[in-house]
Design a binder for this molecule. Structure first.
Ligand SMILES: Nc1ncnc2c1ncn2[C@@H]1O[C@H](COP(=O)(O)OP(=O)(O)O)[C@@H](O)[C@H]1O
Ligand SMILES: [Mg+2]
Length: 547
């Protein structure tokens, strides 16, 4: 945005190429499509029958421009094309004020104001793609310098006053790129045939990946072009929620009609992001992932104080390497098209990811690192989520229970902190704060004996500050307390969850509990009967190992 704004204000950027540089699948093409899409359909005025759709004010003769510019408070740049000049003389008798002006809308498909140049190999590349050509069939009718023989249909002609996109720009031979130099610095492009250069005014938007950029940059003969490039890095997404959104978006466009169990895309996205992160001195990879994702990481009753900016400063260039979005999409597609099932789960997702790593990643160190991420970090984190989800599903009316514990804890902590008595809500009887209840909650996230007082004071201060700002509070408001309540609740059913899930034969009561739990997974957590069964089998084999 900064580039485009300065360019619009005639800063040096108006004479530069905007280059998006980043790894494959980081969204360079998608971003470019968005930028072009923003122009699509917008109207602009231009000279009638001008293949370059030039600016009408370019008709104003040089000798009168100063006056016009003052009168209209505009700047008039550039000159009409030879085609327009010819029309002006032949059809309008030189009366520029009578030249017709028409309105068109930007359209990439109709090649109005938006042009895209794919990379071409040495044999097929031809500058006519950029600047048009002379129409040989017309050359027996017109002389060689007659503008009527010109076909100004190159990308720079079409993209005049709009956008010229150069797809994977450095895949082209360098000679092919020289047009860029004049187009940027002089705002002029060569004309086919024997004509003077043509005015060009537009955004030149190019993209490439890092290897191509490095190769290009290392050739000192490319200095002239390098000097005319503003590079913007386009790294991979490093925020988990954003990465998940990418796959949801891509899947919503496909015709796959299979059930995707909860956490499946999360597991895949965790893997891709972990593969992109650089080592930090301050925390482990998973913590870094969570902090980048805006989550609060709780340790010993406190939110871990790691500044996201410090993590970023520690690793400039992060996100320029690692697993690409396409790699993940392929793994998702493979898991989905596995014909035997009509659903995928995090379990089949992890299998598919591992299979694909083994098949496709040639760099052995990186492949091993990837396998390690899936087998350990991702798998363990998934098991942790799974364990608490199953336990939660055993708790009837989980949210209400959590909320009521929260309110109770808050009352107690407040009384403790302000050294006052608790008043029973119903009997109005006064009593001491319930020490053992508070200890149980605090103990579940490892708040130490010496840390208790501080923890209670923190919780109370935090909640009252929120209430003073008229914000609503619930058990999720303060991350350490939320975690304490969840852990407390979950551990209260852990044994039940383990026994009921693992046992092959269940008595009637257990059967009842089990089927209620499965129903909760289906109704509230988004599983189907099949996918719930798959994850429960996985849980009973991998969680709660008999010790
Ligand atoms: N940051 C992102 N935001 C939205 N979609 C993204 C992002 N990164 C990648 N994608 C999606 O991933 C796919 C591949 O991206 P693409 O633009 O073709 O990458 P590139 O041109 O950088 O190789 C596209 O479907 C794109 O929409
Ligand atoms: Mg691309």
């Amino acid at each position: 945005m900064r580039f485009l704004r300065s360019a619009a204000l005639r800063g040096e950027e108006s004479r530069q190429v905007l280059l998006l540089m980043g790894p494959v699948g980081a969204g360079k093409s998608a971003l470019t499509e968005h930028i072009k899409g923003a122009l699509e359909g917008l109207p602009y005025y231009h000279l009638k029958n001008d293949p370059q759709r030039g600016e009408p004010l370019q008709l104003v003769p040089r000798s009168l421009r100063k006056e016009f510019e003052e009168m209209l408070d505009v700047t008039i740049d550039g000159d009409i094309s030879p085609v327009v000049r010819h029309l002006l003389m032949e059809e309008y008798d030189g009366k520029y004020e009578q030249f017709e002006v028409v309105e068109s809308t930007f359209s990439q498909r109709a090649r109005r104001g938006v042009a895209s140049v794919p990379p071409m190999d040495a044999n097929s590349q031809d500058v006519s793609v950029l600047i048009g050509s002379e129409d040989i069939s017309k050359l027996d009718k017109y002389s060689e310098d007659d503008p009527r023989a010109l076909s100004l249909n190159g990308a720079f002609n079409v993209g005049n006053r709009g956008i010229v996109e150069l797809v994977e720009v450095f895949k082209n031979e360098i000679e092919f790129l020289h047009t860029i130099i004049t187009a940027t610095q002089e705002k002029r492009i060569p004309s086919p045939g024997k004509h003077d250069m043509l005015h060009f005014d537009g955004v030149i938007l190019a993209h490439c990946n890092e290897a191509e950029w490095n190769r290009f940059q290392s050739e000192h003969t490319n200095e002239a072009i390098l000097d005319r490039i503003v590079r913007v890095d386009v790294p991979y997404v490093l925020e988990l929620e954003q990465e998940i959104k990418i796959y949801k978006k891509i899947l919503s466009r496909s015709n796959f009609d299979v059930h995707i169990a909860p956490h499946t895309l999360r597991v895949a996205s965790m893997f891709s992001i972990l593969s992109r992160l650089k080592h930090s001195q301050k925390c482990d990879y998973l913590t870094k992932l969570k902090i980048y994702n805006g989550e609060e990481v709780v340790e010993k009753g406190r939110v871990k104080k790691i500044d996201i900016r410090d993590l970023r400063d520690e690793a400039p260039k992060e996100g320029m390497h690692g697993i690409s979005t396409r790699f993940i999409m392929k793994a998702i597609d493979n898991a989905l098209s596995d014909s035997e099932k009509s659903f995928i789960t995090p379990i089949s997702m992890m299998d598919s990811l591992m299979k694909q790593v083994k098949e496709q990643i040639i760099d052995l160190d990186f492949a091993n690192n990837c396998l390690d991420i899936i087998r350990n970090t991702v798998r363990n984190e998934y098991l942790r989520m799974l364990e608490s989800e199953i336990a939660k599903a055993f708790i009837t009316a989980y949210e209400e229970q959590a909320q009521s514990i929260f309110e109770n804890y808050l009352d107690n902590a407040e009384a403790f902190t302000t050294k006052s008595k608790m008043k029973d809500r119903i009997t109005k009887e006064e009593r001491e704060p319930d020490e053992s209840f508070m200890k149980a909650i605090e103990g579940s996230i490892g708040v130490s004996t010496s840390g208790r007082e501080g923890f209670r004071a923190d919780v109370t201060a935090y909640m009252f500050a929120k209430m003073r700002r008229n914000e609503t509070i619930d058990y999720r408001s303060y991350e350490p307390l939320k975690e304490a309540i969840e852990t407390y609740l979950i551990s209260s059913v852990k044994d039940l969850a383990r026994i009921v899930t693992k046992s092959k034969t269940r008595d009637d009561e257990q059967k009842q509990k089990y089927s209620t739990m499965v129903q909760t997974l289906i109704d509230d957590y988004g599983y189907t009967a099949d996918s719930a069964e798959e994850i429960l089998v996985y849980a009973s084999n991998n969680l709660w190992r008999d010790s």
